[in-house]
Design a protein around this ligand. Structure first.
Ligand SMILES: [Zn+2]
Length: 306
C-alpha cells in the first residue's frame, strides 16, 4: 500500500518538476539565491515548509506562529541558534527596520533568504525570511561562512532600500527607481547607480531569461564582484557591500574594485564594516560560497517573489 502511494507521489513530483522547469524557461528571470520581494507574503505560501514566524524588536523575538516544520530538526533551539548567529554578527542597532522574521525549510527552493517591506507603502518596516535548509550542513553544523555572507547581503538591502533612502510616494522620479520607490538623490543606491550603471541599465532591463543574465555578466565581468551582482543595481550594491565587509579592500582598479572603493569612501559604511568584522571569527571562503549558490540556482521553482 505504501509503495503505491509513494509511486504516485513520485510521479506527481516528476510532473510538477517538469511543469515548473518549463515555466521557469519562459518566465523565471533570475538565477538567484535570494530576492527582494515586493510585498510580505502570507504565511500560507510556505505550507509544510514553514518553521515559524516572529515579531522582532532589536535582538528580541516573540513567536507569532509555529509552523509544521518546527517539530523536527528545525526546533526552537535551532531557531534560536540561527537568531543568535545573526544578531551576534550584525549589531541590532544597524537594522531597526526589521520587525518580522519568517523561518522556513525547503531544500528544493534555491532561495536562501529574502527581505521585503511588510507593507509596500511603508519602507520603514521590513520582513526578513530565511530558508533554514541552507543554514546547517549534513553534519548538522551551522554553515557560518555562507550564512554570514547571506546575512550581510540581506542587511545591505534593508540599508539601501529603507524609508530613509527611498521614497515610495514620489510622483515622478529622476533618480534610480528601486522597484519599491524612488531613491533619494543622496541615497547609497542612487550614488552607486549614477556612477556604475547608467551606461548598461537599459541593456540589463531588456534581459528576459537566465541565459541573458549569464551573457550580461560575462560581457561585463570586470564590473561585478559576483555573477549574482549583475542581476540588477539592487543586487549589485548588496553583493558589493557583502564583499566589502568580508574581504580586504582591493588593490586593483577594475570597475568592481572601484565599486568596493566607493563604499570605503563613506564613513558610515566603513564604521558598519568594522563593527561587523569584529564579530567574524570564522573563515569566509567566497569561492566556496559562489559554488554553493550556483549549484542551487537551477532548483528555484517555488516562492518566486517580485
Ligand atoms: Zn539580494
Amino acid at each position: 500500500m505504501m509503495d503505491t502511494k509513494k509511486f504516485f507521489a513520485l510521479l506527481l513530483g516528476i510532473l510538477v518538476a517538469l511543469a515548473a522547469v518549463s515555466c521557469q524557461t519562459d518566465e523565471d528571470e533570475l538565477p538567484v539565491d535570494d530576492e527582494v520581494i515586493q510585498q510580505g507574503g502570507g504565511d500560507s505560501e510556505f505550507g509544510n515548509s514553514l518553521v515559524a514566524t516572529y515579531n522582532v524588536s532589536g535582538t528580541q523575538i516573540s513567536l507569532t506562529q509555529a509552523g509544521p516544520a518546527s517539530s523536527g530538526f528545525y526546533n526552537t533551539a535551532r531557531q534560536q541558534e540561527f537568531w543568535s548567529f545573526f544578531t551576534g554578527l550584525i549589531p541590532s542597532d544597524m537594522w531597526p527596520q526589521i520587525t518580522k522574521l519568517t523561518l522556513y525549510a525547503d531544500d528544493e527552493d534555491g532561495t536562501a533568504a529574502y527581505v521585503a517591506p511588510i507593507n509596500e507603502n511603508d519602507l520603514s518596516k521590513w520582513e526578513m525570511g530565511w530558508n533554514l535548509a541552507y543554514v546547517w550542513d549534513s553534519n548538522q553544523e551551522l554553515v557560518k561562512g555562507e550564512t554570514a555572507f547571506t546575512a550581510i547581503h540581506e542587511f545591505a538591502h534593508v540599508l539601501t532600500l529603507n524609508a530613509g533612502q527611498v521614497n515610495v510616494s514620489a510622483s515622478a522620479c529622476s533618480s534610480f527607481h528601486t522597484g519599491e520607490g524612488c531613491s533619494n538623490n543622496n541615497s547609497y543606491i542612487n550614488a552607486f547607480f549614477q556612477q556604475f550603471w547608467t551606461d548598461i541599465y537599459d541593456e540589463n532591463k531588456a534581459i528576459t531569461n537566465d541565459d541573458g543574465y549569464l551573457a550580461f555578466y560575462q560581457k561585463y565581468k570586470n564590473r561585478f564582484v559576483s555573477e549574482y551582482a549583475a542581476t540588477n543595481p539592487g543586487e549589485d550594491i548588496a553583493e558589493t557591500f557583502a564583499v566589502f565587509v568580508v574581504n580586504n579592500l582591493p588593490s586593483g582598479n577594475s570597475v568592481a574594485d572601484q565599486k568596493l572603493n566607493s563604499l570605503s569612501e563613506q564613513e558610515a559604511l566603513v564604521n558598519m564594516r568594522q563593527r561587523i568584522r569584529e564579530n567574524i571569527d570564522f573563515n569566509i571562503n567566497l569561492n566556496a560560497i559562489g559554488e554553493a549558490r550556483s549549484s542551487r540556482a537551477g532548483l528555484k521553482t517555488k516562492h518566486s517573489h517580485f
